[in-house]
Design a binder for this molecule. Sequence first.
Ligand code: UD1
Length: 353
Amino acid sequence: MRVISVVGARPQFVKLAPIVKAAQRAGIDHATVHTGQHYDDAMSGVFFDELGIGAPEWNLEVGSGSHGAQTGAMLAKLDELFDRERPDWVLVYGDTNSTVAGALAAVKLHVPLAHLEAGLRSFNRAMPEEHNRVLTDHAADLLLAPTDVAAGHLANEGLAERTRVVGDVMVDVLLETADRPAEPGLTARLPTEPYVLATIHRAENTDDPNRLAAVIEALASVDAPVVLPRHPRLRDRCAEAGISLEIGALHPVDPFSYAEMVQATKASIAVATDSGGLQKEAFVLGRPVTTLRTETEWVETLEDGWNVLLPDLHEISSVVLREAPDAERGTPYGTGDAADRALSALTEASVGD
Ligand code: UD1
């Protein structure tokens, strides 16, 4: 069985790592195509190096652009590649423009398509990620859902027969990384006092300068240092809008590598973010998380108040710095074997054909 994974944006490199390792264990022929959606070393190369997955077999070097231009450029190049390689499966990840481009290219060529992290829904149709995940789920032959809630969404859309619940591959890599020794040099980049870790990169928080200014001011008002890695979208939008990150409680830093991010989360007292992945990582690592969005795809994190959605920005300090709940969190995202289960589902579905 030959599987080609399509990745392009930072969180997808993290999800790819456990799949590459599980493919090696299962003796599956696996290759990776990087669309080039993310291209800065800090957003791309560093992940391939540190996660031990080697360089991708192909890099399409598509780069940034409007949603249509970026997705279209990927589609044209993936079409050519899949037509030449004719894999048994194309595997796409999550909800980025690279995901939907891989999905469209595969279905148009009748190459079997599997979607990892299927069934997530924010029900916010203004989000580019929501378009990408709905379109990809309805195109895919096999839907690899991380949770029962995600499988329920797929069932509501008539997709139950193609769905398998396999757990969350981000938990596989998180559990493996969390116990590693501290990354050299990380401590020097972090405040000495107890701190909050924050990330902001979503279009809905960064593209409107008024919203962006309000979010930055709110984070700057927190009553503890706020470590804020500068995602390129945040950096660029702040520069365009003349918004400084060197104010109040903010402690801006260059983007972290994956292991640094995990360790910075573990060492924090709380997390504030609009990232889906970080909400879940904070939850699994037992840090209270405040989500700077009106909804979350990862609703399990809301249980017992581990995650709180869209605080009133005037009260952000007390919400972010609330006590951690003492409730047990359970393992709604699996126990670290999702990649093995995902590849078993691909093998079984191939045999069933
Ligand atoms: C993308 C995903 C988002 C995911 C995020 C993770 C879509 C629609 N969005 O958002 O779901 O959570 O990745 O980071 O696919 N840039 C650089 N260097 C890079 C990459 C981007 O400077 O290596 C800058 C460019 O100015 C670019 C902007 O960041 O225009 C946004 O990049 P883009 O790939 O369009 O989306 P993200 O905001 O990163």
